[in-house]
Each structure stands twice: as structure tokens, then as C-alpha cells.
Write a protein that binds this ligand. Structure first.
Ligand SMILES: C[S@@+](CC[C@H](N)C(=O)[O-])C[C@H]1O[C@@H](n2cnc3c(N)ncnc32)[C@H](O)[C@@H]1O
Length: 366
């Protein structure tokens, strides 16, 4: 699907119709792991002087399943402290997101509407989280899971590979600088929306450096294999080589240091937020666990490739398959890409093993 040249949004959302929700076990695990942080953030909210309602926002909510789980954790934690307080539960995502699917999850069995206590009002705030999506000083608690690693605009740099971790030093600097600008925009928008004293929990894939000084970027091996698959399609003549060479998968995993930099004494946002925690932990991969249990490469490749397709299809179609397909429909090229990816994963499970180091950052607005 090609876009007008002025529109450089990187993704139109996760694969809709329930596909993302059915293939996001990894993201669900990260959200579940964040429930402890949610409880402690809610414990720190000033509910004593709380007026009539509490506004909670999940930024980059996706198509429902995970966002509903995160919001449910907030509702439960609030109910323990203020059983009758009305809650405005806002789900934010791009305008093009599958909000129908999202609200089906809100209303479904796993939703948070049927709980006892005060009313909960589900709502949507559609728009880019790099801008303000709600009125100033109205948000008490913000959350963002597995989302702010997406770039705001499609990067345009040239190197051998399609992920920031494979970039040569100059390209890496350009991508880091673009990601830093995006992060500033995100934080500025949240600073505007949050009430003074309001909290923000941001969690998602990061880059970490081990004791030996070796850098580990989440998902790096997967993106290496995706690059190899794409170059094979280019060699077959169905994917334009120039388009592929310029293509960058539009994700950047900030390190804890990069995430904290704007808040520090030299940072552009010094004094705006208090950093309460910034923890990084590796979260175990549910698909790999399945493989270790069953040693069934084909079954593993099936669920792993579906997980990748759920989050990557829109981004790949918009800026790679759409403009780059040659003598083949972009949608057919996309199918072919994921067939080859599945075959590569099955043939060598270790080569594309997905590892993710999750950064959980809790900020309080001053
Ligand atoms: C991998 S999904 C995560 C969904 C959910 N939070 C979860 O943890 O499963 C990333 C989401 O971020 C959204 N997203 C990406 N860029 C965005 C932006 N600029 N503004 C709002 N949402 C964005 C995507 O549309 C997608 O739904």
C-alpha cells in the first residue's frame, strides 16, 4: 500500500482482525511482568485529594488484548484503595489502528468492565503519541508498553542491513539522534498531559551492554535473518534493491542511559520529571521455551513467524514491499517474505532466536 510522499508514518498499526492479539504472547508476558510496577505506581498516586475521577491512558495500546490486561491491573489496584472512584480508561493508538478489535476486547470476557466498584469509562484517544493526544493536565497515570521503540517517521539511511544495531557508525549516530528527538517529543507530550504528581510507566525492548562491554540489542538476530530473506527476494528480482538498501526497519531500542538522558542535569527536560525506577531485565521468550520443550522446528517457526508478522507486516508493507515490489503484488510479496522467514527459522532456530531486554521506566511529573 503506497502512501502520499508526505506521510512518513512508520506503521498503520498491528495486524488487525484479532491477528496481533492471537500472536503477541511475548508482549503479553512483558505487560504481565509490568503489573508489579503498575501496583506500586498506583500505590503512589495521591488518591486522598483525588477529585471525582482518575484518568488513565495506555499509549500505543494496539488491538486490545494486552492493553485490556494492563488497564485491568490498574483498575484492580485502584479499587483496593478507592472502591468507588470513577475511572476514565483511555486507549491511545494511531488513527488507523483496529479500534473495533480493541473495544471488542474491552467488552469481552477478559475485559475490565464487569468488575465491582465505581464506574469505568472506556475511551479512545486516536493520534500519534509523539504529539499531545489529550488536553493538558488531565492525565493521572500514563502507561506505554512495547510501543515507543517505533520511530515517528521512516528513517532514511543506507547501510548493509535493516536494523539500527547493524548500522555503520555514521548511520547509527543518525538513527540514535532521530530516536532521541522522538523520545523528547514523547516525553514533552506526556509532560503536557500529565497532572503535576502524575505517573508514567514506559516499558519495552531496549539495548543493554554486558559486563564484558558487549552490546545486546533486542531482536537483533531476528532482523539479521529478515535482512537475509529480503536480499534473497531482491536476488530473485521481486524486490527492488535500491528500495531495500535504503530501508530501515523503523524501530530503535533505547538503552536505559539514552532513556534517562533528557531527564538528567544536562538534559532538555531536566526538572520536568523525577525518575523513580529504570530497570532492565531479560524477559524469557515463550516461543523459544516451546521449542526447547518440543524440539519441533516447524511448529516453532510457525508461531514465531506469526508473532513477527503481527507487529511487522504494516511497517514492511508501507515502506518496503509497497514501493519495492517488482512484477508481484505487494501483498503476495509479503506472503512470500513470511513463507521464507518461516523456512529460515525452521532450518536454523538458533540463528534468529529472539532475545529481548525490557526496560521499565517509572517517571513522576513534577
Ligand atoms: C507492538 S504494539 C504494542 C501494543 C500493546 N501496547 C502491547 O503491549 O501489546 C505497538 C503499538 O504502538 C502503536 N504505535 C506505533 N507508533 C505510534 C505512534 N506514533 N502513536 C501511537 N501509537 C503508535 C502501533 O500502532 C501499535 O499498536
Amino acid at each position: 500500500v503506497s502512501e502520499p510522499p508526505t506521510d512518513r508514518a512508520v506503521t498503520h498499526g498491528m495486524k488487525g482482525g484479532g491477528y496481533y492479539d492471537a500472536h503477541s504472547e511475548f508482549q503479553r508476558r512483558i505487560v504481565e511482568g509490568g503489573a508489579v510496577a503498575i501496583r506500586s505506581v498506583v500505590a503512589g498516586l495521591d488518591l486522598a485529594t483525588q477529585r471525582r475521577s482518575l484518568t488513565v491512558v495506555d499509549y500505543g495500546a494496539g488491538t486490545g488484548a494486552t492493553s485490556v490486561a494492563a488497564m485491568g491491573s490498574v483498575v484492580d489496584a485502584v479499587r483496593e484503595r478507592a472502591s468507588d472512584l470513577a475511572i476514565l480508561a483511555v486507549h491511545n493508538d494511531q488513527l488507523t489502528n483496529d479500534f473495533t478489535q480493541l473495544f471488542a476486547a474491552v467488552a469481552g470476557d477478559g475485559g475490565y468492565l464487569g468488575r465491582s466498584g465505581g464506574p469505568v469509562y472506556p475511551a479512545a484517544a486516536a493520534g500519534s503519541f509523539f504529539d499531545q493526544v489529550l488536553p493538558a493536565s488531565t492525565v493521572d497515570l500514563g502507561m506505554c508498553s512495547n510501543a515507543v521503540h517505533w520511530f515517528r517517521r521512516q528513517p532514511s539511511v543506507d547501510f548493509r542491513g535493516m536494523y539500527f544495531s547493524a548500522a555503520d557508525p555514521a548511520a547509527r549516530r543518525a538513527l540514535s539522534a532521530q530516536a532521541a528527538e522522538d523520545w523528547l517529543a514523547f516525553l514533552r507530550a506526556r509532560h503536557a498531559e500529565l497532572v503535576p504528581g502524575g505517573s508514567l510507566l514506559v516499558q519495552g525492548i531496549s539495548t543493554t551492554t554486558d559486563a564484558a562491554g558487549v552490546e545486546h540489542a533486542s531482536a537483533a538476530l531476528l532482523l539479521d535473518v529478515m535482512w537475509e530473506v529480503a536480499t534473497r527476494l531482491s536476488d530473485e528480482g521481486v524486490l527492488d534493491r535500491d528500495t531495500l538498501d535504503r530501508y530501515v526497519f523503523p524501530v530503535y531500542c533505547r538503552s536505559a542511559q539514552e532513556a534517562s538522558a533528557p531527564l538528567g542535569p544536562e538534559g532538555a527536560l531536566r526538572g520536568s520529571f523525577e525518575e523513580e525506577t529504570a530497570d532492565v531485565e531479560e524477559v524469557a521468550n515463550p516461543y523459544w521455551e516451546l521449542f526447547e520443550r518440543d524440539r519441533d522446528g516447524a511448529a516453532y517457526a510457525e508461531v514465531y513467524a506469526a508473532f513477527v508478522r503481527a507487529f511487522a507486516e504494516s511497517a514492511l508493507t508501507t515502506h518496503l514491499f509497497g514501493p519495492g515490489a517488482r512484477q508481484i503484488e505487494p501483498a503476495v510479496l509479503c506472503d512470500r517474505f513470511f513463507d521464507l522467514l518461516r523456512e529460515s527459522i525452521a532450518a536454523n532456530p538458533e540463528a534468529s532466536r529472539y532475545r529481548a531486554w525490557i526496560l521499565r521506566l517509572v517517571l513522576r511529573r513534577r
